[in-house]
Design a protein around this ligand. Structure first.
Ligand SMILES: [Zn+2]
Length: 291
């Protein structure tokens, strides 16, 4: 059990917990924003020390969220997962304390009723399954697994046509769910409860969604990968490397920042390192995340 992996929020009557799997991952900003330099990062002084290093490297985390609303317990994404073979060494054969962390946060796997994936990249679907006696089995056997219909069509098309994306994760993280018959395909108008709904935020992937939580006059939104680091709140129109449709993703980010600026909505970033959440406020001609 690792207490620093867990952070909890309460939004109205909804309990939300963050479970970190890989924290404090530093990289050159050019990995995310191809033309950006460390000096470019440093001009946004508010990013350090949480979201950027003093010398202008970006920091991201790999994590997911779990929430409780009106008797339902829902995973929002499921990280990378243990025992995987992946494209990059850093994600291969993880042996994290994820399931123990989930339990100590108050959300044991056997009580999860819903697993909702914002999109189907490997770092958002991994703990859909776990390896037991050499076989991939659903980690949350009581749950229905909610996959975006549009998103799934996109990935099946890529698989059928030999698309460029690395797709090993479909075999170990999605196919076993389908084999167990636990999947349900949803559209962006899906509501988990009257407190939890989706926002279509396409661009990073075609069927990408964010998760909106509204309860007793309070609001929070879990971004998914419409952005990876809070620097993208300052420059939402700048195209980013990880987005499949870069101009669509930039439009989605601009809409998102304008929609939530000055609303008091807690913006919970799917890759934002500790403290992971804040509110969007104006910053001269731009915006920033106030923590
Ligand atoms: Zn991601």
């Amino acid at each position: 059990m690792a207490a620093e992996h867990i952070r909890q929020w309460r939004v109205g009557d909804v309990d939300i917990a963050r479970i970190v799997e890989v924290s404090g991952f530093e990289d050159d900003i050019s990995m995310l924003l191809p033309d950006a330099t460390p000096q470019y990062v440093q001009q946004f002084g508010w990013l350090a020390p949480h979201f950027a290093t003093p010398d202008g490297r970006m920091i991201i985390s790999f994590q997911c969220f779990v929430l409780r609303s009106k008797g339902r317990t829902a995973m929002i994404d499921t990280c990378i997962g243990n025992d995987r073979k992946r494209e990059f060494d850093v994600f291969c054969n993880l042996q994290s304390t994820f399931l123990e962390d989930l339990r100590s946060a108050g959300f044991p796997a056997e009580q999860v009723t819903d697993v909702l994936c914002t999109h189907l990249h490997f770092d958002h679907v991994g703990w859909n399954t776990r390896l037991v006696d050499g076989k991939w089995v659903p980690t949350f056997p009581q749950a229905r697994y909610l996959f975006g219909r549009r998103e799934w069509q996109h990935w099946t098309h890529l698989r059928d046509t030999g698309g460029y994306h690395h797709m090993d994760h479909l075999q170990d993280s999605i196919d076993p769910i389908l084999a167990a018959g636990l999947e349900e395909f949803i559209d962006a108008d899906f509501r988990l409860t009257d407190e939890v709904s989706l926002i279509a935020t396409p661009g990073h992937t075609p069927g990408h969604v964010s998760v909106l939580i509204e309860s007793r006059g309070e609001q929070a939104v879990i971004t998914g990968d419409l952005m990876h680091n809070p620097i993208q709140i300052a420059v939402p129109a700048t195209e980013a490397r990880f987005d499949m449709d870069k101009s669509q993703a930039a439009r989605t980010r601009c809409d998102f920042v304008q929609r939530f600026c000055n609303t008091g909505t807690l913006v919970i970033g799917s890759h934002f390192p500790e403290p992971t959440a804040g509110v969007i406020v104006p910053d001269g001609q731009a915006w920033r995340l106030e923590i």
